[in-house]
Structure formats: C-alpha cells, structure tokens
Write a protein that binds this ligand. Structure first.
Ligand SMILES: C[S@@+](CC[C@H](N)C(=O)[O-])C[C@H]1O[C@@H](n2cnc3c(N)ncnc32)[C@H](O)[C@@H]1O
Length: 346
C-alpha cells in the first residue's frame, strides 16, 4: 500500500476494533523509510561453510540472506554491510546475532556481537577506525538453549555499554539491554500525545509503570510532577536514574520491581498513572490493583491493539471509560499500530 493508504487502513482497522470509542486519525511520518534505530540480525553458518545473515522467514528458523533493510537507519545498513563482508565462517562460528543501535540525533552508534565465543577484537579495531561514530562495541555471551537473544555476561570491546540519545530535549543514556522505542521520530509524537492525555499539573503524583529508561516519567517530572517509575530490567532502571541525574531532574525516582507487584503494594495516592506494558498487555490482577490505586487519569500506551482491547474491557468492568484512542504510526510499512488511550472514571 502507498503510505497514505497505509495510514487510512490503520485508522479504519482501529475504528472497527474499538467501536463506541473516539478513535482519532492515525498520526504518520513525512518520510516513512529508514526510521528504525535498532536491528537484530541472526547469523548461521551452513554445512558448506557459507555465512548467512538476515531475517527469519515468518514462523520459521530459516534465515533469509539479506543485505539491506529499507526501514532501517542508513548508517545501520552501512555498519551491517561492512560486518557482513568481514564475517568469515571462522568469525561467524558460534555467533548468534548482530545487534545494532544508533541515535540519529547524537549520531552515536553501537554494535553488539551476541554469541558463544568472543573473537571480535580485530574486527572491532577495524570497525572503530572506519566508523568514528561507533562509541560502543560489546560482546554479549549467550550459549543458552532457548530463544532468548541476550545473555547475562558481557565484555566491552570499545567505549561503554551505552549510547546517548535525545528525546524532546531529554538526554538519555541507553544500555543495549534497555528497551527503547524503535522509531525515534514517532516516539516524540507518541510521548507528546501521552503527555496531552496525562494533563499534568505541577505537584501531581505520577506513576510511570513499565518505565524502561524513564523517558515518559522524566517528561512528566519536567512538567512539575512527583514521579515514581517502575521497571523490571535492572540496566534500564540504572539508565533511568542516570538520566534523571543527567537532566538535573530531582523529582523522579525509579524502582526495579515487577509492575504488578508494585501496584499491589502501593498504599499512597496517585493523580495520574501511565502504563506502557509489553505486547502481552496487563494481567487481570494488575488491572484490579491499578483500579484500586484510583488515579484521576490512566494513560495507556500500547503496542498491541488486541491486548489493549482486552484490557479496556476489563477496565470498563471496574468503572473506567476510554475517552479516546490516538493511533500513532510507529511502524510504517508493517501492519503494526501503536496507540495512546486516555481512561477516566465514568
Ligand atoms: C513497551 S516498553 C516501554 C518502556 C518505556 N515506557 C518507553 O517508552 O521506552 C515495556 C517495558 O516494560 C518492561 N517490563 C516488562 N515486564 C515487566 C514487568 N513485569 N514489570 C515491570 N516492567 C516490565 C520492559 O523491560 C520494558 O522496558
């Protein structure tokens, strides 16, 4: 579909999905290509010693050998093509994934080799001499027998484990283990929409559940709120605390805990609660605990309309009404839709 038709299709799809709720027109990009800031390419060596890197064929473990990706940042394509060219079968042995990340705003790039054996010192030296924007090269050790991409142990080959990003004027340190929105341009549109929904007044108490590196919480803190962010990945929590410091923000704290557990134990009062869960959405228990906290508004940021729909129905049973849904085209050229939803008590 050409791009304007993609946007119209997404709006129509969301309106059918959420009858009875105001679904606004999908917000889209001016230039809907080369937007992704993160890539994970699986690697395989065939019986004949041929190295294959690219993308998995849908619902399979077969890698389709791929040289470029039209929705990937151009610099990441250049880095990827260089690494591909250098990957002999000896180097590729035991290598599972090549992980790449870049910030277009700061120009910093990162490469993480994920595999069973670290033999990437020479390749790192070559990469760093050719790509001066490369500020982080890491080997992440993973010999697990499941499909989890990242292992626990890492060795820094160059720079540090993090790169710096900027979102709406907030500086962000970003560890490769921390979640970050993959489309930085639309991330800003998404977060502005979330802040519109949150309607924060100075002095409000705000909970940012599933806070990642803390960006949404820090934006709320910049509007004068007293913020508590909750996130389960320790590296992301560390980033969030560091990001508060980096930006001189003292009215935000970050807790490393399961979000549902946090909600269950929370005994204070909150004015606004922001949730931005992974694709599986919230649990029934999580919704009960959030409803019990009884904030003035709930802002639900969702990357999966199916679980959003299920969760809105559960919230409705607890007396919460969805006022509007704003789809945001985080993932042009794909059928996925991101959305912000404002919930208020009926
Ligand atoms: C969709 S991301 C949103 C992150 C952040 N709000 C942002 O926009 O960058 C979801 C986040 O939830 C975290 N997470 C996953 N399961 C969790 C849980 N049970 N409790 C708390 N955080 C969790 C993930 O690590 C990830 O950072």
């Amino acid at each position: 579909l050409e791009y304007q038709s993609q946007l119209a299709w997404k709006t129509d799809w969301m309106r059918r999905k959420f009858p009875g709720i105001e679904v606004r027109d999908t917000l889209g990009m001016k230039d809907p290509y080369n937007y992704r800031n993160k890539a994970q390419f699986p690697v395989q060596v065939t019986g004949e010693g041929e190295v294959i890197t690219g993308f998995y064929r849908p619902n399979s473990h077969t890698i389709v050998d791929t040289d470029t990706c039209l929705i990937q940042d151009e610099r990441l394509n250049e880095l990827y093509q260089y690494i591909r060219k250098e990957l002999t079968s000896r180097l590729a042995k035991g290598l599972r994934h090549i992980f790449l990340r870049r910030s277009r705003k700061t120009g910093q790039s990162q490469v993480v080799f994920i595999g069973e054996e670290n033999h990437f010192e020479d390749l790192t030296a070559k990469l760093v001499s050719i790509f001066p924007d490369l500020v982080s090269v890491v080997f992440n050790h993973n010999d697990r027998q499941d499909n989890v991409i990242l292992g626990d142990e890492s060795v820094i080959l160059h720079g540090s484990e993090s790169i710096e990003e900027d979102c709406l004027g907030i500086r962000i340190r970003l560890n490769f283990k921390s979640f970050f929105q993959v489309n930085p341009e639309m991330m800003e549109v998404l977060y502005n929409t979330a802040m519109e929904a949150a309607d924060i007044h100075p002095g409000d108490s705000v909970i940012d559940m599933y806070s990642g590196t803390g960006t949404l919480g820090l934006l709320a803190a910049r509007r004068g709120a007293q913020v508590t962010g909750v996130e389960i990945v320790p590296e992301a929590v560390e980033n969030a605390r560091e990001n508060a410091r980096l930006n001189g923000i003292t009215n935000a704290q970050f807790v490393c805990q399961d979000a549902t557990e946090f909600a269950r134990g929370f005994q204070e009062q909150a004015d606004v609660l922001i949730v931005d869960p992974p694709r599986k959405g919230l649990s029934g228990q999580g919704i009960e605990d959030i409803a019990r906290i009884d904030p003035r508004r709930i802002v639900y940021v969702s990357c999966n309309p199916n679980t959003l729909k299920r969760d809105l129905e559960r919230f409705e049973q607890k007396g919460w009404k969805a006022r509007w849904v704003q789809p945001v085209d985080m993932f042009p050229q794909t059928p996925n839709v991101e959305a912000v939803c404002l919930l208020e008590k009926e």
